[in-house]
Structure formats: C-alpha cells, structure tokens
Ligand binder design. Structure first.
Ligand SMILES: Cc1ncc(COP(=O)(O)O)c(C=O)c1O
Length: 398
C-alpha cells in the first residue's frame, strides 16, 4: 500500500477529538466564574479555589499565576537566583525552561539528556557545576519523571536549589515520589495544550514559606494579596492568573485521573502492538524507577534501519501526519535557537544526545491516546511507513 505521503490512502481519515476537551462541565465552570462577579485573584475567586486544590494535592504553598513561563521566572527570583548566577537546564525542553533563567539575569547552562528518558543526565549536570551554579531545573519531559533522587542528591552536594519544570506532567512520580512534593520549587503550566488546560495560566509550588511569600508579592505588583493601598513591599509584576482560566483548570482537575487511566491503558496497548516492529525500541518506555508516567506525549524513535539511511524525524512526522496520526518533531536543543546560538556564555558544551533525540524522535500528543483506535491505527501506520523506508528517502530528497 503506497504511503499517504506519496498519494496513497491514509491509515485513518477521521480527525481525532480536539484538545482541550470542551464540554458541559467546562462551560458551567466558566459561567459560574462569570456569575460570581469575582473576576480578580483577590480573595474568594476560582483562582484561590485552584490554589487550595493544589495545596491539598501537593502539600506545598501554591501560587497560581499567568503562565508556566512566569512561574519559572518567579520561582527563580523568589529563591534568590539572579545576575552572575548559572542554572543547569536540560538541552531538550521548551525554550521557557532556559529563557526564564535569562529573564532574571542569570545564565542557563545546557545539560545533555539521558537518551532513555529524554530528561536531564545528572552525571553530565554534575560535571557542569561551577562556583557560579545556583540552581538546577529538571524537566519532566513528555510526562517522563526526571530522576528526582539523583537530582536532589546532586543539589545537596553542591548547595543548589532544585526547581522542577512540571509543565508537561501533573502526577508523574519517581521511585514513589510525586513530582512537586520533594524539591524547593515546582512549576506547572495550564496552557491550552497541557493536561490541565485553562487557555493560559500556571502555578508555582514552594517548600519554603518565606520564598512563597516573596513569590506571592512579586506576582501581585509587590504588594500583599487583598491590599488596595500602595504598600508595594517589593518590585514585582502583574503575574496574576485570570479567574476564568482558573475555573477551567479546576473543571479539568475533576477528569484528570480518569483520563490518566485511559492514557495509561492505551499506551500499553500501543506498546504491545509495536512489539517486534523496527527491532523494538521504537517507543520511549517509562524508566524502571518511574512509578507513574503521565503520557503527556508518546515519543516514537526512528528505527536504526532508517536513521542509518539518513531519514530525519521531520520526515517521519510528515509521513505519520499524512497517515492521519498527527505528529511533530521534538524540541531541538534550545541553545541552538536564534535567540541563543551566538551567545558564548550559553554555548559552552555540545549536547549531542539532545541533538540526536531531536533528529530521530517524534511526539504524538496525549489526547490521541484517548481515542479507542489510536493503538491499532498508529501501529498500522508505523508498520506501513517503516516497511516503505526507501520511499521515505526519495520523498526526503525531493
Ligand atoms: C517544558 C515546558 N516548560 C515551560 C513551558 C512554559 O509554559 P507556558 O506555556 O505556560 O508559559 C512549557 C510550555 O509549553 C513547557 O512545555
């Protein structure tokens, strides 16, 4: 059967259900926030309700803010990171994990990844520690938990703050420790594509009460919540979450666990359907120490038979998308983006494993896992694409 990329019939013709899921519960939540008349994060609104939910879930002080990016910036500043400091950031992540460091005047230092989990390699991170290193940002990429045990041990040895970037997970866990419960700070994102979508929005979870108070002031133009006088204690910004976003996030918290169970089941069904294809190793498996994986994205690697012949991940993404299974390539190392590539402070070490991951891996978004036909159709599409390897090479050369 010819590839859909070359004009053949696609494996799947029906589009997947869109994300975020729009339903009666999300509409009701939005209308309730509207009708409450409390349109501001200033006591009693959906924003405070969301913070209370987060505090119960994670056992930490929670501050809901306008985005995951802002939450990262606030976490860094609240923990005292600033000009002249260095912060270790995995090379394979969305640019915000690094850009937030730059925004507070510090220098993000790229760290190569463990190719098995796509998360920061703590051995490489330790070798990158200098007298200026103040913090490390493990990113739980695609819902894979980073090695929190090794990261916290490394941080203790070198007196570093640990800020988890949990934009791509809500409840992944490493060796029984849930993300967001054992480090100095954790950042969540409620951007529309995320597991708890609110349109835009984010939150930070802080261990230390003083740091939490600083972050809360910083996010509210430097003055205490509820104050309507001009008592600005710190130089802050307006990073408050919209109460309408908070209401939508809260509505999604009620279906999160049910959806996680569906994603988990479907991921295993896909893994089973792919046994033997491409000599195994196509799917990025949860690490044996990962006690819960959030499946924010299904990561699929090109088999060696295709990478050896020069096939790039962008070709696999195009071929899968043409077959009706939307796919995109993984983040290229952030330090190679135009915003960073000429910066000698940042481009200090190569990160070949992150570069290889970007060239050989595609990501399928979490909502596809909610479709009953996803495992069988994705396995069929991958079988078709991999067995037509030569055609992919010709297409790539056009
Ligand atoms: C790993 C990671 N960190 C940070 C962010 C930034 O979050 P936001 O879009 O809410 O600013 C994202 C969002 O895409 C992300 O994927």
């Amino acid at each position: 059967m010819p590839l859909a990329l070359l004009g053949g019939p696609p494996t799947r013709t029906r589009p997947f259900a869109p994300w975020p899921s729009v339903n009666t519960a999300t509409r009701k939540a939005l209308v309730a926030a509207h009708d409450s008349g409390m349109w501001w994060q200033n006591g009693g609104s959906a924003a405070e309700e969301l913070e209370a939910w987060l505090e119960t879930e994670f056992g930490r002080r929670a501050i809901a803010v306008s985005s995951g990016t802002t939450a990262l910036e606030l976490a860094l500043v609240a923990l005292g990171v600033g000009r002249g400091d260095e912060v270790l950031v995995p090379a394979c992540t969305f640019v915000s994990s690094a850009a937030a460091v730059s925004a507070c005047g510090a220098v993000p230092i790229p760290v190569d990844i463990d190719p098995a989990t796509f998360t920061l390699d703590t051995g490489v991170a330790e070798a990158a520690v200098t007298s200026r290193t103040r913090a490390i940002i493990p990113v739980h990429l695609a819902g894979h938990p980073a090695d929190l045990a090794a990261t916290t041990a490394l941080a203790r040895r070198h007196h570093l703050a640990v800020i988890e970037d949990a934009a791509q997970t809500v409840a992944a866990s490493w060796a029984g420790t849930r993300v967001g419960t054992a480090t100095d700070a954790t950042v969540l994102s409620f951007q529309a594509a995320k597991l708890l979508p609110g349109g835009d929005g984010g939150a930070l979870l802080l261990r230390d009460e003083q740091a939490a108070r600083r972050a809360e002031l910083l996010a509210n133009c430097g003055r205490p919540r509820g104050s309507s006088t001009y008592d600005h204690e710190l130089l802050g910004t307006n990073a408050r979450i919209s109460v309408f976003a908070a209401a939508l996030v809260l509505a999604h918290t009620r279906t999160y666990e049910h959806m996680w169970r569906a994603r988990e089941g479907q991921w295993h069904a896909l893994a089973k359907a792919l046994v033997g294809l491409g000599n195994g190793g196509l799917l990025a498996e949860p690490h044996p120490e990962a006690t819960r994986h959030d499946h924010y994205a299904v990561l699929v690697r090109l088999p060696a038979s295709l990478t050896e012949r020069g096939v790039h991940a962008s070709t696999l993404a195009a071929a899968l998308t043409a077959e009706g299974i939307p796919a995109r390539t993984l983040f290229p190392p952030w330090q190679t983006a135009p915003a960073y590539r000429d910066d000698p402070q940042v481009n200090v070490v190569p990160t070949p494993r992150a570069a290889e991951a970007a060239a050989t891996t595609v990501a399928l978004s979490h909502q596809l896992l909610l479709d009953p036909y996803f495992p069988t159709q994705t396995a069929s599409a991958l079988t078709k694409i991999i067995t037509a390897g030569g055609d992919l090479i010709s297409w790539q050369q056009i």
